[in-house]
Design a protein around this ligand. Structure first.
Ligand code: SF4
Length: 213
């Protein structure tokens, strides 16, 4: 993605301002001690993994950083904020300007347009359905399988972080358990067996129980 932005900057011939939060994801995730309403969590270090109702990283590392920057800029400039949400993501449309929605461009249209102009994100969109934070617990099992297969070093990083934090990666799976599940799936597929359906889930349940002991 960083490479993609550099390339885009050259293509448009105008500087792109990159915003960064003061504190890193790793620090906030593993070390930061927020004031917590729940006293039982008072001594837990770090925000830990995001969840469906707790997307702390979106607020802390993205929207607040942008808002702070724009607030400063607004002192001397009249601003128009353009958001790159595609026309087939209508639920996310709220305010400001959404040129892709105005032009009726879907995600598929945008990807095709970018490819026609020489942008291919170094193949990321050939692998993943959506490209967001690689370590996001809100991505699908399928995207996580692809992460494990195509970016094993990132997968290992995920396993290491998961051992250092207190919230479970997914509601029903730690990364270690996911590793066991995906390895089990690989073994079944190598034998020509399916990885869906009742027989698979029964076998998976048994395998997970055995591997816990
Ligand atoms: S994509 Fe996931 S990890 Fe990234 S900011 Fe959003 S919730 Fe957090």
């Amino acid at each position: 993605m960083y490479h993609h932005i550099d390339k885009l900057e050259q293509y448009i011939g105008r500087p792109i301002t990159r915003l960064k939060a003061e504190q890193s994801f790793e620090y906030l995730f593993l070390e930061y001690m927020p004031k917590r309403r729940n006293p039982e969590l008072a001594d837990r270090k770090g925000f830990s993994w995001a969840g469906p109702r707790n997307r702390w990283c979106t607020a802390t590392l993205k929207t607040r950083v942008i808002d702070r920057y724009l607030k400063d800029l607004a002192k001397d400039h009249e601003l128009i904020q353009y958001i790159g949400i595609a026309a087939d993501e209508p639920k996310r449309v709220r305010e400001m300007r959404y040129p892709l929605v105005e032009w009726g461009m879907t995600e598929a249209d945008c990807l095709a347009y970018c490819r026609e102009h020489g942008f291919d994100w170094d193949g990321l969109y050939d692998i993943f359905h959506r490209v967001s934070c690689w370590c996001c617990p809100l991505q699908s099992y399928d995207e996580l399988r692809k992460l494990r297969k195509h970016f094993p070093e990132k997968w290992e990083q995920l396993r290491a972080w998961d051992k250092q934090t207190w919230r479970t990666f997914l509601k029903h799976y730690s990364v270690e358990q996911l590793e066991r599940r995906f390895a089990f799936e690989d073994a079944r597929q190598a034998q020509g067996l399916p990885i869906k359906g009742k027989a698979f889930f029964d076998a998976l349940k048994e395998h997970m129980k055995e591997s816990e002991t």
